[in-house]
Design a protein around this ligand. Sequence first.
Ligand SMILES: Nc1ncnc2c1ncn2[C@@H]1O[C@H](COP(=O)(O)OP(=O)(O)O)[C@@H](O)[C@H]1O
Ligand SMILES: [Mg+2]
Length: 366
Amino acid sequence: MHPSLAHRGAKGLQASSGGAPISFAGITKRYGPVEVLREFSLDIVGGEFVTFLGPSGSGKTTALNILAGFIEPSAGDVLIDGVSITRLPTEKRNVGMVFQSYSLFPHMDVRDNVAFPLRMRGVPKAERHARAEQALAMVRLAGYGGRKPHELSGGQRQRVACARAIVFEPRVLLMDEPLGALDLKLREAMQDEIKEVQRRIGCTVIYVTHDQGEALAMSDRIVVMSEGRIEQIGTPAAVYDSPSNAFVAQFVGETNFLPAELAGGRLAFAGADAPAPARLPEGWRGRVALRPEHFTRVLEAGATPALAGRIGDVAFHGGSYRYVVETEQAGRVIVQEQRRHGGDGPVAGAPVTLGFSLERAAFLDG
Ligand SMILES: Nc1ncnc2c1ncn2[C@@H]1O[C@H](COP(=O)(O)OP(=O)(O)O)[C@@H](O)[C@H]1O
Ligand SMILES: [Mg+2]
């Protein structure tokens, strides 16, 4: 029995004993000759919120299902709390799961849906109903226990699924695209709620999404995946500011690439040059990666480095503008500009000079 069951006090779910550390050790998964996960290795700290981010088919769900016990790996091991669980059945792993499809039982009311994992664990009825009510309060659905799933909105149903996943106080919570079916406003509100629930019960969360904005907003660390491999692991700021390759630079946020090479202590690119950044070796060739917000419209001439061009379509985003500039030296560049109070905004068709600093740029080899 989970130790927190024995000394659950008045605080109920909040008295949970915290999240478990998790290790994926060289996990490979093959279907026939196809490797959908390759040497997948990762250590997660207890209580951490880690997101698997990648395009469809990159192996996110496979990695999660191997941890949950729905899929057996072809090679490698998974450890929870330092103990190998690869041979342990799903129900013994103390892992809660939320999927994109709510997978609630339609004929059961909300309370019985939430209490279901407790019933499977032989918890007596009165206690399981009391604990279901606590879990429902945690996801802000106190008083909804008597309703049927079809009497709830999409967001409410997903909160019920979340309550069901946490009701047995798992030390690990796995969420596979849980907000994928919801509209943007609701998704953002639910992101905050999920973070709040995690703070209160202290479990380790692995969250799966293909939405880079969601990953940046929610995670302690992001694992960027592509074709069954880990491309980069880091904090949201590290992944955004220092992408380790072009795939990450393009998949997380938007990036402008300027071909460049280093010769004679100068970095030559986009028809201009600049002093060489210290970290690059002589003879380096690659691409300078700049985010849309790294550019500024230069109002007086003579700034270096700079790109000259003409403004294309301008999109108004409330607090900022986003526009394309067709530059003479580097082709199309995407720019995001904060609105300044009283300043003139960008005008489609106008000539423009874009200044930027290499300090915030990432330098990608090859
Ligand atoms: N049972 C299966 N048999 C064969 N291929 C599979 C099976 N399950 C998943 N795959 C393949 O594995 C790859 C990774 O799938 P998945 O982990 O679901 O990706 P993601 O969740 O990142 O979209 C995909 O190319 C998918 O087609
Ligand atoms: Mg998936």
